[in-house]
Design a binder for this molecule. Structure first.
Ligand code: GLV
Ligand code: MN
Ligand code: MN
Ligand code: MN
Length: 405
């Protein structure tokens, strides 16, 4: 059976080229580059004779209908969106790699007994709107999005409807397909473990829980030259001391608790005006809910302490995703297929969030990681070797074959 195909690399390149000369990949959900990515996938699916469905959130489903049990569905896939200035593989590798694995199987073995489904989720990153995993949450029927806007004031519903309308090609079905019997997500590791240990495949036991907050500090804007230092209420100075304090607290709660302030907005953001308002994000993750609870309680009490008039400080939690165990039997099976293919494996928990944590709430779910060079991800330098990318597809293909033929 043909396991390695240059089609994989060329398909990745085709979709990545839609970001043009921008820094890194910018397929924010419902943006023009995202639309082109999902359109391209639909075209490949139609050309391959697959049944194509698009749901109301813009998630694309490509099915090879099973010859004996068409309602038994084995699904694989990942997400089409990226972070701002993201890499070439986060999400897209699982989409294109899944398409490749299914295409290879059909080319080698013909129609499967059960239905093989490739899913390209609309959104996972939470980088445009204040919500994460909106594609898989919609498909898994666990949550829908209401009344949120992006930084430009564009509503989720408006952006969604306009973008999804552009995916309605002739031959494309609309609706929300049935849930599958299992889900396997192929993904780059996004961390350094596999490269450091010179291993080819990561098998994922669990996914960290994550919470994201926006903290808003209102101070008093005033003249930078005339306001005495003792009379200032500088929102940025307060934010920076609060951020430092929270970073230290996070470290003392648990060395495995991650703490990131990746977004900061300053008003009026001018050199000669004391900042009157600041907002910043907090992203925190851990495998134990109790640790996340402890951090959140401390965050709220630290905010109360510094909210002394005329300062006012508020916090809005907009992500609360629980730590998740993935399917142990599927992991064991994949470990077995990996050995059969001569691939070395490591078994560990994921510090990144994935659609798999949502899918695992409704169906047995597993993940396959391949090494990320230097462990870099969510950056333009994100890279994996073609050999490792092919190895991940080979393992996915073996796993899908055993589930469907
Ligand atoms: C999304 O990729 C996340 O893990 O933040
Ligand atoms: Mn991802
Ligand atoms: Mn990501
Ligand atoms: Mn992620």
């Amino acid at each position: 059976m043909q396991l390695v195909s240059d089609e994989l690399i060329s398909r990745l390149r085709t979709i990545n080229q839609f970001s043009g000369n921008q820094i890194g990949q910018n397929r924010l959900v419902y943006s023009p580059t995202w639309v082109k990515g999902q359109q391209q996938l639909i075209k490949w699916g139609l050309a391959a004779g697959m049944a194509v469905t698009v749901d109301a959130y813009g998630t694309v489903y490509l099915d090879v209908i099973g010859s004996q049990s068409p309602n038994g569905i084995v699904a694989t896939g990942s997400h089409m969106d990226t972070v701002v200035h993201g890499g070439k593989f986060d999400g897209l590798y699982g989409v294109v790699g899944g398409f490749q694995a299914i295409s290879n199987l059909v080319a080698a073995l013909g129609r499967p007994k059960k239905t093989l489904r490739l899913i390209s989720f609309s959104e996972e990153e939470g980088s445009r709107f204040p919500a994460t995993f909106t594609g898989s949450k919609h498909y898994a029927r666990v949550a829908d999005v209401h009344d949120i806007v992006d930084h430009h004031g564009i509503s989720f519903d408006d952006a969604r409807q306009k973008a999804v309308a552009k995916l309605q090609f002739p031959g494309v079905n609309t609706g929300l397909p049935a849930l599958p019997d299992s889900f396997t997500e192929l993904h780059i590791e996004q961390g350094p473990r596999l490269v450091n240990q010179h291993l080819q495949i990561g098998l994922v036991t669990s996914i960290v829980g994550q919470r994201r907050f926006t903290v808003t500090i209102n101070g008093v804007a005033n003249h930078a030259g005339t306001t005495p230092m003792a009379d200032r209420h500088d929102a940025l100075l307060l934010a920076s001391s609060l951020i430092n304090r929270l970073a230290i607290i996070a470290r003392t709660i648990s060395r495995q608790l991650t703490f990131t302030v990746g977004e900061l907005h300053v008003w009026p953001n001018t050199a000669n005006v004391i900042p009157g308002k600041v907002t910043f994000s907090v992203d925190t993750r851990h495998v134990q809910k109790a640790i996340l609870d402890q951090f959140e309680t401390t965050l709220r009490s630290e905010i109360q302490k510094v909210a002394v008039a005329p300062f006012s400080v508020s916090v809005n939690r907009w992500v609360n995703d629980q730590p998740t165990l993935l399917d142990a039997d599927m992991l064991r099976q994949n470990d077995r297929w990996a050995r059969k293919l001569g691939l070395s494996t490591a078994i560990f928990a994921s510090g990144a969030g994935h659609d798999s944590e949502i899918m695992s709430r409704v169906v047995p779910t597993t993940m396959i990681f391949v090494p990320s060079i230097k462990g870099i991800s969510h950056a333009p330098e994100e890279k994996s070797t073609p050999a490792d990318l092919h190895a991940g597809v080979a393992l996915l293909q073996e796993s899908l074959k055993h589930q469907t033929y």
